[in-house]
Design a protein. Structure first.
Length: 412
């Protein structure tokens, strides 16, 4: 309602300014029309223009601010009052009393769903389990809609308010679902750092890049303005931004896509996080910039890296683990060298065969696009060349050596 009122006021003002309004009912728009047709600006009569212009600007701004405020609090679908994914409860956030060292990240039976009027709450992430040790580099690959980006947002407590979840997410021994708002803010800057998808809209267009990198250090590390500025330049130099002395004063629109991606990486590193979460860090980059970004990630020695990507070349270049997701489930997890040499799941083989470097083989006995029609059974069975009757039941994750694969073909 607030957004509609603001839009209606702006539309009426525009119609009145063009002289198409009701002359018997004066409005701010018709007042501006009279001012311009009467040459008020040319005669220096600013008081004809300033009052209606201020009224329009203030009223529309208040309407939009109220609309955005309500949009963050009111679920867009489903019954109100349901708990959100990250419940900000002021309780002990320690996961358990297991002796140290514990894995840096542990995800246990995480399920994420959104309310829908026709099919209930279909899970976007379905009973996902993931363990990440400190220093590991993991690439999560899969088709659009498989739940990869939502998994990253859940690790930061940034899912939409209408998300419904089950399970537990523990990072550095703390349960994210039990952190209060203040602890979550510190967690997002120092324990985990996020490199968002799409560099074009992730940077503030009215601040130079050095100031944006320095802001992270000032807020989360308590550095002064001067120290944070020098740290920002060091971070920009560390990530390979050319001509740092000049480009540190540049704005986002003055940088290429690869440069903006380096700035986002510098912002994430400025808080000295233990876990880096990158969502499609090479999206829209040319091959040279993509290879440079992969090299930067490989050079990170102390940070643990979790990358969501469609770029299998990046996943292979990282040299860590590859986790394949389909319809919200992990269908295969294996070390990179083993995975790209001989993938086990038919969906994984189809992904690799569809790469341009592999000839873009789609179908022809390899498998086509996944069509997850139901929660029951294997979500790839409609396109799988090895499908059989038992694929109508959901297969568990089978362990084969160091690998894990969700396919009845490998059942023992």
């Amino acid at each position: 309602m607030a957004l509609t009122v603001a839009g209606a006021m702006l539309a009426e003002a525009g119609i009145g300014f063009l002289g198409l309004g009701d002359p018997l009912n004066p409005s701010w728009g018709s007042m501006l029309h009279d001012a311009f047709t009467g040459a008020a600006l040319l005669n220096g009569a600013w008081w004809w223009v300033l009052p209606p212009l201020s009224g329009i600007s203030f009223s529309v701004m208040v309407g939009y601010l109220l609309g955005h405020r309500f949009a963050d609090r009111v679920p867009i679908s489903g019954p109100p009052g349901r708990p959100s994914l990250i419940r900000r409860q002021r309780v002990d956030a320690v996961c358990d009393a297991r002796p140290w060292p514990v894995p840096l990240l542990t995800v246990e039976n995480l399920t994420i769903a959104f309310p829908h009027v026709t099919n209930g709450n279909p899970p976007v992430v379905d009973r996902l389990n993931l363990t990440v040790e400190a220093g590991e580099k993991i690439a999560i690959v899969g088709a659009t809609g498989s739940g990869k980006s939502l998994l990253l947002l859940s690790l930061l407590g940034l899912l939409p308010s209408n998300a419904r979840t089950l399970g537990r997410v523990c990072i550095a021994g703390e349960d994210i679902t039990k952190m209060d708002a203040a602890r979550l803010r510190a967690h997002r800057g120092m324990t985990a750092a996020y490199i968002p998808q799409g560099s074009g809209g992730a940077l503030n267009p009215v601040l130079d890049v050095a100031r944006q990198v320095a802001e992270r250090a000032r807020i989360h590390r308590g550095l002064g303005r001067g120290d944070a500025h020098w740290l920002a330049k060091d971070m920009l130099k560390h990530v390979g931004l050319p001509s740092v002395a000049r480009l540190s004063r540049a704005y986002a629109h003055q940088l290429s896509g690869g440069m903006r991606q380096r700035v986002l990486l510098a912002m994430a590193l400025a808080g000295k996080p233990r876990l880096l979460l990158a969502d499609e860090p090479t999206k829209g980059l040319d091959p040279k910039a993509r290879d440079a970004m992969a090299s930067l990630f490989k050079e990170l020695a102390t940070e643990t890296l979790l990358v969501v990507t469609h770029d299998l070349a990046l996943a292979q270049a990282l040299g860590g683990w590859v986790v394949v997701m389909l319809a919200g489930k992990v269908v295969e997890a294996a070390p990179s060298a083993v995975f790209f040499k001989a993938p086990l799941h038919p969906y994984s083989r189809a992904l690799i065969a569809a790469q341009p470097s592999a000839g873009m083989l789609i179908g022809k006995g390899i498998g086509g696009p996944a069509l997850p029609e139901t929660r029951e059974g294997c979500p790839y069975r409609s396109a799988c060349p090895q499908a059989e009757k038992r694929c109508r039941r959901q297969p568990p994750l089978f362990t084969i050596g160091v690998r894990r694969v969700r396919c009845w073909t490998h059942a023992r």
